[in-house]
Design a protein around this ligand. Structure first.
Ligand code: SF4
Ligand code: SF4
Length: 472
């Protein structure tokens, strides 16, 4: 084997330092990431707890009388920071889903898997809640490995029982907050104190989510990112050589060797970056599908560099160009295109959301004859269908627009509706048969009493039909 071939062989690791979460035979190699401290670990912890606190608080924070985010499945309503949507607004979901997907795409082009490492619920809950419990009950990496291999005894039984009880309590909490997004909190509290048989669906949801969370965070863990999540697989097409990702500075680190070895680079081959990795990969092999951008290898390597008195940043946030010593550039054609698409998307979504009204009003012709003759008068009968989409009881005024020769009768010109209540109100329009020359439109304006913005009134129109135009 030539020296060149040898140079490109992957690092051979002792059995205590497995690479990746799969063994050579395809079986799973359980990962025991070591503890690490450093600036990124601290910052991530702050972000994780802030996100968990926000997530747990949102169903409690009232905005205009409802939780800040509340998907009321039972009544098919969705409350979002004071705005209320019903099933007819489902089309707006298109903008929320595509906007989220595109924002993720944009963030990846700029900063790689920043979402996975800093904000994905899988990472946030695992590193923010479950992993600390595991460290508390089973100790650091070496102890955990030893405990796993040890035969069942009193200590193992006790530690495992306490860990799983705490995991279960955490999963129950997370599952109930999750369910709280779909049933109101007073209702959730009432259900929690009542008989599960009285609300089987909610109970089944809470129990299933608890079990899924427990299985995922106690056992499945990084396998979800590696096997199930499609996002990581798209990484290679979403990033380019100018995206900021986590990488190893090969120019500076190679050839590896113990500190003080003549001609050796800065990497002392201590493998700290591997043992702290939650997917057990070697960042020195370059960008990999299994890297979730967690930054732990950065802090681990910085710690080593501090100890041996070398500059930090052998493993760091940088672009592939930066790591290869090539000129770096942030602004590039891909980002210009993505920014332009993002601006277009934001404008279209804003216009779409502005079309979302606080009430709905539609004008329908009453079923039956299109018109009736009443003496010398032609009469058309219409119905106005109203839906109050605000969070409170509101009063609406039905105001026909004056039309030459036409007489309007609105028996129910003032309609009071509870939140998400609906009603119909008849509108009769008459005109002397002799004055009718062809079809003409009639217009009715509906406005909410006390609306601050007069432009929120809705104007509906219909065609007045008579003997000369009824069949058109
Ligand atoms: S290689 Fe580094 S950034 Fe990537 S998952 Fe492992 S520790 Fe995290
Ligand atoms: S932690 Fe740094 S010095 Fe140690 S093996 Fe990894 S890259 Fe090399």
């Amino acid at each position: 084997m030539s020296a060149q071939d040898k140079k490109h062989l992957p690092v051979l690791l002792p059995p205590t330092v497995p690479q990746g979460s799969l063994n050579a035979d395809g079986s799973r190699s359980f990962v025991y990431p070591a503890d690490v401290s450093g600036r990124f670990v601290t910052l991530r912890r702050v972000v994780f707890y802030a996100l968990i606190a926000l997530w747990a608080a949102l169903p409690w924070i009232p905005v205009s009388g409802h939780p800040a985010i509340f998907v009321d499945v039972e009544h098919r309503k969705f409350f979002l920071f004071g705005s209320t949507f019903n099933s007819q607004d489902i089309w707006l979901m298109f903008f929320i889903i595509t906007g989220t997907a595109f924002t993720l795409l944009y963030a990846t082009a700029v900063a790689g898997r920043v979402w996975c490492g800093w904000a994905c619920p899988q990472t946030v809950f695992l590193e923010g809640l479950y992993r600390p419990i595991e460290r508390l009950t089973e100790g650091p990496r070496e102890k955990r490995i030893k405990l796993d291999k040890a035969p069942w005894g009193l200590e193992k039984l006790l530690r495992r029982t306490v860990k799983h009880l705490l995991f279960l309590a955490t999963s129950i909490f997370v599952a109930h907050v999750f369910v709280g997004y779909f049933v109101s909190l007073p209702r959730l509290w009432e259900m929690m104190r009542g008989n599960p048989g009285a609300h089987p669906e909610a109970f089944a949801w809470a129990a299933s989510v608890t079990l899924i969370l427990h299985g995922n965070f106690a056992w499945f863990r990084e396998q979800l990112c590696l096997i199930i999540c499609p996002y990581g697989r798209l990484q290679s097409v979403l990033v380019d050589t100018d995206s900021i990702t986590i990488g190893y500075d090969e120019l500076r680190g190679e050839p590896r060797g113990k500190a003080g070895t003549e001609g050796a680079g800065d990497c002392v081959d201590c493998k700290r970056c591997i043992v702290v990795c939650p997917t057990a990969i070697d960042i020195r092999h370059g960008m990999q599908l299994d890297c979730i951008g967690c930054t732990q290898c950065i802090d681990a390597c910085d710690e080593v560099m501090d100890k041996i008195g070398r500059p930090r940043g052998l493993v760091r946030y940088d672009s592939l160009n930066g790591l290869a010593g090539k000129p770096k550039r942030f602004l590039r054609p891909r980002l210009y295109l993505y920014t332009a698409l993002l601006v277009v998307g934001v404008v279209v979504a804003t216009l779409a959301f502005r079309r979302h009204t606080e009430f709905e009003a539609n004008l329908f012709r009453q079923p039956g004859l299109p018109y009736v003759m009443d003496g010398g008068q032609v009469r058309n009968s219409f119905t106005i269908h109203l839906v109050n989409k605000t969070n409170a009881t509101e009063t609406f005024l039905i105001e026909p627009e004056a039309t030459a020769g036409a007489t309007f009768v609105v028996p129910l010109a003032r309609v009071e509706l509870a939140s998400f209540g609906s009603a119909t109100a008849p509108v009769f329009v008459s005109m002397a048969a002799g004055s009718l020359h062809g079809d003409f439109p009639i217009t009715v304006r509906i406005r909410r009493v006390g609306a601050a913005d007069p432009s929120t009134a809705i104007t509906v129109t219909a065609k007045f039909l008579g003997p000369s135009n009824a069949t058109r």
